[in-house]
Design a protein around this ligand. Structure first.
Ligand SMILES: *Cc1c(COP(=O)(O)O)cnc(C)c1O
Length: 387
């Protein structure tokens, strides 16, 4: 299947995978092994020890690389493990410019682990390129961007940041978790590294924690593969198998996520109990034009406030929904509701959090692929039952 140029839906199913050469099994076997027998000392079939390489993982890495139009893919035991590997490319004294409404775990790692080790982080609104340019200096080595951002769905112009990075001779890494490769391919827009929490849309079934990095530059791939093997954040073969299985329906799931989220966003916007709705598919969303240019749809995530930032109402609604489950995470087939201030973003200091729009009355929805009428009924019942 590598000779023909595959389109996205075909790639999710066929790219990187091949029938088992021994039995013809169509599904990639779970190579549950830690080591490989060598024919003579140092002479092996490319696999020496499973921290470095495992055939199930190799096929998944090839598949995910294809989805991002990348030359190379690497899988990690979690999204954080993947981000950790990118930051380990840096040295004390190096500086990073990152978004000011990052995934809470990324913010926690940057400020509580890596600032201590001498790397400096500047957090700024990446949706305004002039803010980013103002932070660049001769020690800048990396821009760490998410788009759409979490949870306020701001849109960052990847092409503009890539131009800035190229001009300054530093790297641009994009956390593409929220969009998934179905909607957005940052490497095609000039980014150097694309990162995924595979846990979310790529896996899609809320049963695996995994991360991935995709790159085009061979030297960058070699350095990241060295870090993966040296530091050991490698995923197991069973998880690799589960993601290979999940990814085969990525295109079907993403289409349904996008359709359902658009309907939910419109419903919320029209409901009198709802304050602001953050959804990049709205024409008046400040990032709509950039999103329409760099994405192929507006995704399955949205967030909203109740009344005039009413925390009590937000907590009550989050607990009263029946089809939406109250849980962290996103990107699975089932719909989830979260309260970022007390859940995913609790590790960000309150003043910084509120300044980035993550107010106490904000709720985030990961809109699943259930029947949209059931989702709307659930929200309607919850909203009508408030206070
Ligand atoms: C979940 C998530 C991460 C972290 O990934 P894990 O797989 O949970 O380690 C990073 N970035 C974003 C945007 C996420 O949603």
């Amino acid at each position: 299947m590598t000779i023909i140029k595959m389109r996205f839906a075909t790639k999710t199913i066929h790219a990187g995978v091949h029938p088992d050469p021994v039995t013809g099994a169509i599904m990639t076997p779970i190579y549950q092994t830690s080591t490989y027998v060598q024919e003579a000392p140092g002479q092996h079939k490319g696999y020496a020890y499973a921290r470095g390489k495992n055939p199930t993982r190799t096929q998944l890495e090839a598949n995910l690389a294809a989805l991002e139009n990348a030359a190379y893919g690497l899988c990690f035991s979690s999204g954080m493990g993947a981000i950790d590997a990118v930051i380990k490319l840096l040295q004390p004294g190096d500086e990073v410019i990152a978004g000011d409404d990052l995934y809470g775990g990324s913010y926690r790692m940057f400020t509580q682990i890596y600032e201590r080790l001498g790397i400096r982080f500047h957090f700024t609104d990446l949706s305004d390129v002039s803010h980013v340019a103002a932070q660049v200096n001769e020690r800048t080595r990396l821009i760490w961007a998410e788009t759409p951002t979490n949870p306020t769905l701001r849109i960052v112009d990847i092409v503009a940041l890539a131009q800035l990075a190229r001009g300054g001779g530093f790297l641009l890494a994009v956390d593409n978790t929220f969009a998934s490769p179905y909607l957005q391919n940052p490497l095609d827009l000039g980014a150097d590294i694309v990162m995924h929490s595979v846990t979310k849309y790529l896996s899609g079934h809320s049963d695996v924690v995994m991360g991935a990095l995709m790159v085009n530059q061979e030297e960058l791939y070699a350095r990241l593969a060295f870090i993966l093997n040296s530091c050991g954040a490698n995923p197991g073969p069973m998880d690799s198998f589960l993601v290979l299985r999940g990814v085969k329906t990525l295109h079907l799931r993403m289409k349904a996520h996008c359709e359902n989220a658009a309907a939910v966003a419109q419903f919320l916007r029209e409901h009198p109990a709802v304050g602001l709705v953050y959804y990049p598919g709205f024409k008046d969303h400040p990032g709509h034009e950039v999103a329409a240019r760099q994405m192929r749809g507006f995704g399955g995530m949205l967030s909203f406030t109740l009344g005039n930032d009413d925390e009590q109402a937000a907590r009550q609604l989050a607990s009263s929904l029946k089809v939406f489950s109250l849980a962290e995470s996103l990107g699975g087939v089932e719909s989830l509701v979260g309260h970022p201030a007390s859940m995913t973003h609790a590790s960000i200091p309150r003043d910084r959090r509120v300044a980035a729009g993550v107010v106490d009355g904000l709720l985030r929805l990961s809109v699943g692929v259930e029947d949209v009428e059931d989702l709307l009924d659930d929200l309607r019942a919850g909203l009508d039952g408030l206070g």
